[in-house]
Design a protein around this ligand. Structure first.
Ligand SMILES: Nc1ncnc2c1ncn2[C@@H]1O[C@H](COP(=O)(O)OP(=O)(O)OP(=O)(O)O)[C@@H](O)[C@H]1O
Length: 281
């Protein structure tokens, strides 16, 4: 994790499409859902692209394509400059570990029967031949990086608060030194004050290690804080895509204008007051 290659494009999607074929029922005909309709984007090393939109607009589908969980119906995906054809090739562990994901629910995403140390070491056990001593050392060091003490190594997830669990999920995602972290509504399940702490942690980790994020959210105040670029999705299409400041100050599409008008200014101001990121505009 270093900032040396900042500026290089880590992930790029070109005209990504995803259709779902839904079988017909007794009274309903078969149909095709066009969940993602030709979305293009790119994210440079050390930057954050926020993907915003209301429920059903295709955010999760796009996230599953970017995290190499599902194939696209059409389009091209490049990670670290390499074209990925998830439908045609079995992905090597090396490709799989380039993209990691943190989910919304820190309660559901950690195995309650595993100690924190085992949760953190598991990706190394599965994907690498790093020896046990080294695994432990790396897990201890990662705990410190996410603001948790090494005494937590032998504890179970139920012994932690929601914010601490999300720190553990972030630590696990970083154990394989990924090129890209996809954060799928990572703070929406947390109390507001804890949201601010986790967002600050993400910002600090990014500043320190040059991490690259795709941040999926419906919360504009959070997006305004965390994003460098913003992509707004509406019914599967990217209706707005540009720098955070350009999108927020001069939204072009009528949907974006409505979305922004629906977010009370006070919400944006209050979350900014809780956050300490240096470049929060
Ligand atoms: N497996 C599937 N089969 C059929 N249709 C699907 C499937 N998955 C998603 N869809 C449809 O694709 C569209 C986009 O869904 P998606 O889950 O990507 O939206 P989203 O923006 O992430 O919503 P949410 O925030 O509620 O998760 C929706 O119309 C959804 O019903």
């Amino acid at each position: 994790m270093s900032k040396d290659t900042k500026g290089a494009v880590v992930v790029e999607g070109r005209d990504i499409r995803r259709d779902y074929h839904v079988r017909g029922g007794l009274f309903t005909p078969a149909r095709t859902v066009h969940a993602v309709k030709g979305v293009s984007f790119s994210v440079e090393k050390g930057k954050t692209l926020a993907i915003v939109g209301e429920s059903g607009c295709g955010k999760s589908t796009l996230a599953r394509i970017i995290t190499l969980i599902d194939p696209a119906t059409a389009g091209e995906l490049f990670i670290d400059g390499r074209k990925i054809d998830i439908a045609a090739e079995p992905l090597t562990p090396e490709m799989r570990r380039k993209v990691q994901i943190v989910f919304q629910n820190p309660y559901g995403s950690l195995n309650p029967r595993q100690k924190i140390g085992d949760i953190l070491c598991e990706p190394l056990v599965i994907n690498t031949d790093v020896k046990a001593d080294e695994r432990r050392e790396r897990a201890m060091s990662m705990l410190k990086k996410v603001g948790l003490g090494t005494e937590h190594y032998n504890r179970y997830p139920h012994m932690f608060s929601g914010g601490q669990r999300q720190r553990i999920a972030i630590a696990r995602a970083l154990m394989l030194n990924p090129s890209l972290l996809v954060l799928d509504e990572p703070v929406s399940a947390l109390d507001l004050s804890v949201q601010a702490q986790v967002l600050n942690l993400l910002a600090d980790l990014q500043d320190e290690f040059g991490l690259t994020y795709i941040f999926i959210s419906h919360d504009l105040s959070v997006v305004r804080y965390i994003a460098d670029d913003v992509l707004v999705m509406y019914f599967g299409e990217a209706v707005e895509y540009g720098s955070r400041d350009a999108v927020f100050s001069d939204p072009q599409h009528s949907y974006t204008k409505t979305l922004f008008a629906a977010t009370p200014r006070a919400d944006v101001e209050s979350i900014r007051a809780r956050l300490t990121r240096k470049n929060a505009a």
